[in-house]
Design a binder for this molecule. Structure first.
Ligand code: BGC
Length: 419
């Protein structure tokens, strides 16, 4: 008996002392679209943490803001039976991939790490399919932000606008001083991002939700929506003539350099200011998009995990999922990315004033109804319906004679046909 026990103990000790066993280091291929300055720095943080654990990081970056190009490439890879380990997939699309049987169950990690306690249920629900985790959330981006160059505002003698009417007044003065009032890139998702902020300002959170989450035709096909398009056209009239095709980070660069005064964009734009070594409150300002103070359009980045066959790659994939929700990663990644941690228990002391304001508004708006999922970033609806809305918005922007009434009808028809 004694010998048997000793033998077992010896086995256990030698197992513990064994160098990293065969099923330890794997490869993790990660599809994302984080190619801009701040985005790339954020992605590098994840890569480093995976490599520290002995795994190999295979970068699968498909450039293109908003991720449309990345999703097209992902579909081709998945259909040919060769998906990556993890892919940046958001919102309701996670469920669609799971329904098709592509995703793996992450419950062993989620249970061990207590994800249900760490993440707000509104977000963890989106990460689950039939009650099981198939994706892990990375962050919370706020979409309804205004980024401002204070020097330019000072030079033009104007203050940061808090309503759309103030925005129009300020923009006129900036224009008269020779500045581009609004930096923007003419790409469908960027047009939709500005439209998203104007819609929230005009409709308020309740009707925003009715229109873009519930697809309530009484709101979609209404005078209010006509007014949204009218105000949107006015906002877009302050964009320069060279905006077609411009990337969002190039537009942020125009604000950084003082060529343009403001940009309406989610807080991944802050990643660009951070990467340029600038300090919020001094070198640049962050303010709620005009007319949306206290409200929060949320956009959560998440990695859906695909079914794999090799044991060591499965181990690497689970380590990736675990690492993403660790406090160290949540801090480092979000400081670079411009977003806030998805964990609600994090100390915000190490974050800048924009992130602190964001977290405060995120929590307060969750309680008072001001928190809405962003339709332009795939949190409110499937990417199919989202695509239909994008088409209507972009045609409106590119029309030589934009007509809010006709476009409201087109929006209603597009959403109805996609449902
Ligand atoms: C993503 C962000 C990304 C941005 C620009 C958004 O849809 O959620 O992570 O930085 O697009 O590419």
């Amino acid at each position: 008996m004694k010998t048997f026990k000793r033998h077992l103990t010896a086995l256990a000790v030698s197992a513990a002392l064994m160098p990293t066993a065969a099923v330890q280091a794997g490869e993790v291929e990660v599809l994302h679209w984080w190619a801009a300055g701040g985005e790339a720095r954020a992605a590098a943080a994840l890569k480093e943490m995976m490599e520290e654990q002995g795994h190999t990081w295979k970068d699968f970056a498909v450039a293109g803001g908003g991720g449309e190009a990345a999703m097209t490439v992902l579909k081709t890879r998945a259909v040919s039976g060769n998906p990556p380990a993890a892919a940046q997939i958001k919102g309701l699309d996670i469920r669609e991939w799971a329904e098709l049987g592509f995703l793996t169950n992450l419950d062993s990690v989620a249970d061990a790490e207590n994800w249900d306690q760490l993440i707000p249920p509104m977000i963890s629900d989106v990460m689950k399919y039939e009650g099981e985790y198939v994706a892990v959330p990375v962050n919370v981006h706020r979409v309804n932000w205004l980024w401002v160059n204070p020097e330019v505002m000072k030079d033009a003698g104007v203050e940061v606008p808090t309503t759309l009417d103030e925005f129009f007044e300020v923009a006129d003065k900036l224009k008269a001083e020779g500045y581009i009032p609004l930096a923007h890139g003419g790409q469908p998702w960027q047009d939709a991002t500005v439209f998203d902020a104007v819609a929230l300002a005009e409709l308020g959170p309740e009707d925003y939700r009715k229109a873009f989450v519930e697809h309530d035709m009484d709101v979609i096909n209404s005078d209010k929506m006509e007014e949204v398009f009218a105000q949107f056209a006015k906002v877009m009239s302050y964009v320069d003539d060279d905006a077609a095709g411009r990337d969002w980070n190039t537009a942020t660069g125009m604000v950084i350099r003082g060529e343009a005064a403001m940009q309406i964009m989610g807080d991944w734009a802050k990643g660009e200011f951070t990467a340029a070594g600038l300090t919020p409150g001094e070198d640049y300002l962050c303010a709620p998009a005009p007319g949306t103070a206290g409200q929060f359009t949320f956009n959560v980045d998440s990695f859906a995990m695909f079914s794999l066959t090799e044991d060591e790659d499965i181990k690497a994939q689970k380590d990736l999922a675990r690492t993403i929700l660790e406090p160290e990663f949540q801090t480092l990644f979000n400081q670079n990315k411009g977003s806030i941690p998805v964990r609600t228990d994090m100390d915000m002391g190490e974050f800048d004033i924009c992130a602190q304001a964001s977290m405060e508004t995120f929590k307060a708006s969750a309680d008072d109804g001001g928190l809405v999922p962003s339709f332009s970033h795939g949190l409110a609806t499937t990417s199919y319906i989202q695509g239909q809305i994008f088409d209507v918005v972009t045609n409106f922007v590119n029309s030589s004679n934009p007509d809010p009434v006709k476009t409201t009808d087109q929006l209603a028809a597009a959403i109805q046909s996609a449902m």
